[in-house]
Design a protein around this ligand. Structure first.
Ligand SMILES: *Cc1c(COP(=O)(O)O)cnc(C)c1O
Length: 387
């Protein structure tokens, strides 16, 4: 066999997952909205300060709920970065609205707030910041632009669990926020998500949409004697089995995040010299932002160098990845979306970025080996002549 392989991601389990799944079995309720779901929701409400947290089958589902709750419809425009996952746009295209794509900034790969002003118009109903790699967007500026336009802010905080901006949890700052517990995210239940309902006025309707448009939640609380179909909705629930798995991860959240952040910092320090030499650009964590170590990425001087680097790392058994194909250039993005400007900056950034392996349990020695491998790839002479 060749060298030890370093996968890009490796699912981490705390050890208590099966214990809580067994507890769910004992309760005799495996569908959603059971006792352990409530425990998870309370945990997340405590962390976020959100008026109500609803567990969903995915962040995609939570974003779709947000589109329904914000009453987005045909003719409406929803401003979002082009550099994001398709779910961010799908949630609103499903409502008949038009995603309006803006560039991202090179420092954070988050929405460019200067372009935001140009993107917003009389049809703008929502702004959807995406907190890329758990580093917060400029929520103060986004909030001010949204208020001026009469738009709501829906945070795609899929990568933002346990991260904050000026001590406010990501996902809890806009009217609505969506978290992901997908296998590749900081805390995971395989598939899973949560909707953070921060506007108390939306809580009652959110409960109804979650339960196929019925008032089943009130029925189970004993507030009414039968439940029925009263609004549109779908099945957005997380199963109790999944919630049990998730609860183990929530209990260990501080430790998981501390380990991810330590690995992130190790990369960051490791690449300081390369950045000084102008060979890479490292992510910038703006003042007041606490990230969660969701991912470590670098920008290379060109797309060619990036591709050569990824191929070179693969030869050494290191799985490095690029990320999103910007939505404005995709088949669906061209059909249903509208770009603001030519978004060439987004295309260049997406083509020149690389993400490195980061998971709980990734040994420091492997991180150092990856830093070395990247350094050698990018500056072979400077390495071979070292004292
Ligand atoms: C992962 C991710 C999603 C989708 O999350 P799921 O839980 O898999 O539905 C949406 N938006 C962003 C920015 C993501 O990173």
């Amino acid at each position: 066999m060749a060298d030890a392989q370093t996968p890009f991601n490796r699912p981490y389990t705390v050890g208590n997952e099966l214990k809580y799944v067994a507890e769910a079995l004992d309760h005799g309720q495996l569908s959603g909205n059971g006792a352990i779901t409530r425990r998870c929701a309370e945990w997340l409400e405590q962390w976020s300060g959100s008026a109500r947290v609803l567990l969903t089958h995915s962040c995609t589902g939570a974003l779709e709920m947000a589109g329904l709750l914000a009453e987005i419809g045909p003719g409406d425009e929803v401003v979002m970065p082009s550099f994001t996952f398709p779910s961010t746009a799908n949630a609103f295209v499903l409502r008949g609205a038009t995603p309006v794509f803006v560039d991202v900034c090179a420092e954070t790969l988050n929405m460019d707030c200067e372009q935001l002003e140009a993107a917003v118009g009389p049809r703008t109903r929502a702004i959807v910041p995406v907190h890329y790699s758990g580093i917060a967007c400029d929520m103060e500026t986004i909030g001010a632009v949204a208020a001026g336009a009469g738009a709501v802010v829906i945070e795609d905080a899929a990568q933002g669990v346990m991260a904050s901006r000026f001590d406010r949890a990501l996902g809890s700052i806009g009217e609505l926020g969506a978290l992901s517990f997908h296998e590749t995210k900081t805390l995971s239940s395989g598939e899973g998500g949560a909707l953070l309902v921060n506007d108390p006025e939306l809580v009652a309707r959110a409960e109804i949409l979650l339960e196929k448009g019925t008032d089943r939640a009130r029925f189970f609380r004993g507030e009414i004697d039968k439940y029925s179909w009263i609004d549109i909705g779908s099945s957005f629930l997380m199963s109790e089995v999944t919630a049990a798995f998730l609860y183990a991860q929530l209990e260990a959240a501080d430790r998981i995040v501390a380990q991810r952040v330590a690995t992130w910092e190790r990369y960051h320090e490791g690449f300081a010299a390369l950045e000084s030499a102008g060979l890479v650009q490292r992510p910038l964590v703006p003042k007041g932002c606490r990230h969660n170590g969701q991912s470590y990425w670098l920008l290379l001087p060109s797309a060619e160098l990036r591709d050569v680097l990824i191929a070179g790392l693969r030869e050494r058994g290191i799985a490095a990845l690029f990320h999103y194909v910007p939505l404005h250039g995709t088949r669906a993005g061209r059909r249903w979306g509208r770009p603001v400007g030519d978004l060439s900056r987004t295309d260049e950034l997406a083509a020149s970025m690389v993400r490195l392996p980061l998971w709980v349990g990734l040994p420091d020695a492997q991180v150092d080996r990856i830093v070395e491998a990247v350094s050698e790839q990018l500056s072979p002479t400077s390495v071979s002549t070292g004292s």
